[in-house]
Each structure stands twice: as C-alpha cells, then as structure tokens.
Design a binder for this molecule. Sequence first.
Ligand code: FES
Length: 256
Amino acid sequence: MVNITINGKLVQAYEDEMLLTAIRRENIDIPALCHHEAVEPYGACRLCMVEITKDEWDGWKNHVTSCLYPVEEGLIVNTHTPTVIELRKTILDLFLAGSPRSTVIRKLAAEYGVTKTSYEEVPDGTDCILCGLCTRVCDKMGFSAISAVNRGHGKEIAPPLNEPPPDCVGCLSCAYICPTRYIKFTDDGKTRKIWGRKFKLLHCEKTGQPTITEEFARYLVKNRQIPEDYFKINDLSHRKELALKMGEITQWGREE
Ligand code: FES
C-alpha cells in the first residue's frame, strides 16, 4: 500500500492502481467520460485531470489525467483547484462545440457553468465524443467489429467500409458502455438491430423471455466453454454464472 493525500485527506491506495480509482474510492466526483473499469484506460477525454505535487517538489505542481497516472508514495492530489476546474471547463466547451445536442455533455458542461460553447459549433456534430470505449470493449470481448476511421473532423466510429460488420454478434456491449448513448440499437424482443445488422434473439423455454442473440450464444459456446443448452433457460442462477464468465473476459487491472 502507498500513502497519498487527496484533497487534504491522508488515504491509502494499492500500489498498482491509478489515481482515479483511489479518488473514486473516496467518493469524490470527478468526470471521467472515457473511463470504464472493464477496459484499459485510454486518456481520451482529459476530464479526469487533477493537480499533483509532493512535499519534496518545492512547490512544483503538475496536471495529469488521473485515469492513467499510477499512485505514488507521498503524492498530494487536488481534484478541484481553480486551474483544474478551468481545464475541465475548456474541455467541456470543446465537447459542447462538437456534440451540441448531447444531453450528457450539455448536463455535464452546465455543472461546470458552461451552457454555451465559445467555439464554433460543428454543423453536423454528433453525440460521439470519440472516447474509444466502444471499440475498446468490442476488442476486449474478442470481436473488433468497429473501429475509429478517418482523421480530423471526419473521424468517427464505424464498422469496416461502413458496412454491416460481419464480426458483430449483437452483444450490445458498445451501446451499453457508450457514455453519451450515441450508439443506437433496436430490440423488439424477437429481433435486434445494430450497426446495420439484424440478429435473431433466443428465448427462454420456461418463460419465453428473450435472452441473447443466436450469434452471441454461438460465440460463447465455442469460445467460453459454455454448454450448448445453456441459453434454453434464463433463470437467475444461469445469469450469475454467465456474469462470472463475462467478468473473465472483461476483467482488467488489479486482482482483488
Ligand atoms: S477518464 Fe481519464 S482521460 Fe478520460
């Protein structure tokens, strides 16, 4: 364990964890739109920026993205200094220009007092902030069905050649992890549609409830040692078992 000070409070942190994890354990609310514990940190949004210093640094301070900065003995961390808040405001101002209609961005920006962007709004701006969570989780799941394509203003998340991705299994991990709910899908209980693909859903033989797509079930049976008849029944014990299997796929970071 290492000793660090967060906002004036001395706390202990695990040696190999990132600052953001230690900060969140203290119930300190800092925005971190591109972070999710299921995937490796990426440092795309910069919103988790904090100020760090040490007694022996003679007053020198630095600003770092806490999701990517490992804890160190003696680190003094401040999460809401005037400079940090100004940095976050600038980032949110930029996000607001790129995603002017995103309710998530608008709400977060308003919390920091930014209600209107001071930059020129991107005319065809989307709710996608290019945080990379969707592509990272898709890679982690083993599908790599979508990726970032193009550069500059044209950069976007898309399947290869912008065509329905053959490797997608309709698991919805990308849609669920998207912080701005940009990735859309439909699901009428029989058919699920995402990224231009159409998937048939399996149903529980007992309750008739939809479970997962045929393609996702096939993948789990083949690659995750799940019995073939597993998806016939959708009871709670089944779901717990599946959650454990999925945890094995997406687990990243320190073993508890
Ligand atoms: S959460 Fe750290 S850079 Fe986005």
